[in-house]
Ligand binder design. Structure first.
Ligand SMILES: [Zn+2]
Length: 221
């Protein structure tokens, strides 16, 4: 079986997404790109995350889009995953979900502004991609375009897509952006949220690159 460990990792994160309320039943889809072989592994369409077997994870050639291995039908959004692996060098894992607050903001076709510094997990803001029918090439292209220089994108009247160098990074971005969408919704419902300036967000993005390392401050307290 090709990419056995990657298939198992996808199944683990699929269950984690359900447990943590990021998706329900068969909703959403996850993939990992194995850059060495040029192959991606993606969840199958319409099978409950707690029932998916490694054999059902579908292996697709990123250059051609052809199925190489897998006993089930791939997720209908396989091309929306593949386009990022084909044209971006910094994305090796993707999670697409219909989380409640991100989907709410997407139904207004709004971008998520820098309402909280955690938006920097994805970039200086998170754009909302133009609407296109689910599972189509136009949707893949709109998502790709709107995610330029970002690691997440809202899909109009649909949901959220997040990408990172690993599934754990894509998962963290999904959680943080969903949280920020909820904050934005709540803050807007009682007032006018203050948006952080872009230079502050650029500093945050740099800080997150060094996450876990000690940052030397220039000033003494
Ligand atoms: Zn979807």
């Amino acid at each position: 079986m090709l990419l056995k460990e990657i298939r198992e990792e996808i199944i683990e994160y699929g269950k984690k997404a359900i447990r943590e309320g990021l998706t329900k039943g068969t909703g959403g889809n996850l993939s990992i790109f194995d850059r060495a072989s040029g192959l991606m592994a993606i969840t199958p369409s319409g099978i409950d995350y707690f029932e998916i077997t490694p054999e059902q994870i579908v292996i697709i050639d990123v250059q051609t889009g052809k199925i190489v291995e897998g006993t089930a039908v791939p997720s209908s959004e396989a091309d929306m995953h593949r386009i990022f692996y084909k044209y971006r060098t910094d994305i090796d894992a993707i999670i697409h979900t219909h989380t409640t607050y991100a989907a709410t903001i997407s139904c207004l076709n709004w971008d998520l502004p820098a309402v909280h510094y955690l938006v920097a997990f994805a970039g200086v803001n998170v754009r909302c991609a133009k609407y296109a029918t689910y599972g189509t090439i136009p949707l893949a292209k709109n998502a790709f375009e709107a995610m330029k220089d970002r690691k997440a994108v809202l899909l109009a009247n649909h949901g959220l897509l997040a990408g990172g160098s690993s599934l754990s990074e894509a998962f963290a971005i999904t959680e943080e952006i969903e949280f920020c969408c909820e904050l934005y919704y709540r803050a807007k419902s009682i007032g006018d949220p203050v948006i952080l300036p872009e230079d502050e967000m650029v500093r945050m993005i740099e800080r997150f690159k060094n996450y876990g390392k000690r940052i030397e401050e220039h000033e003494e307290i």
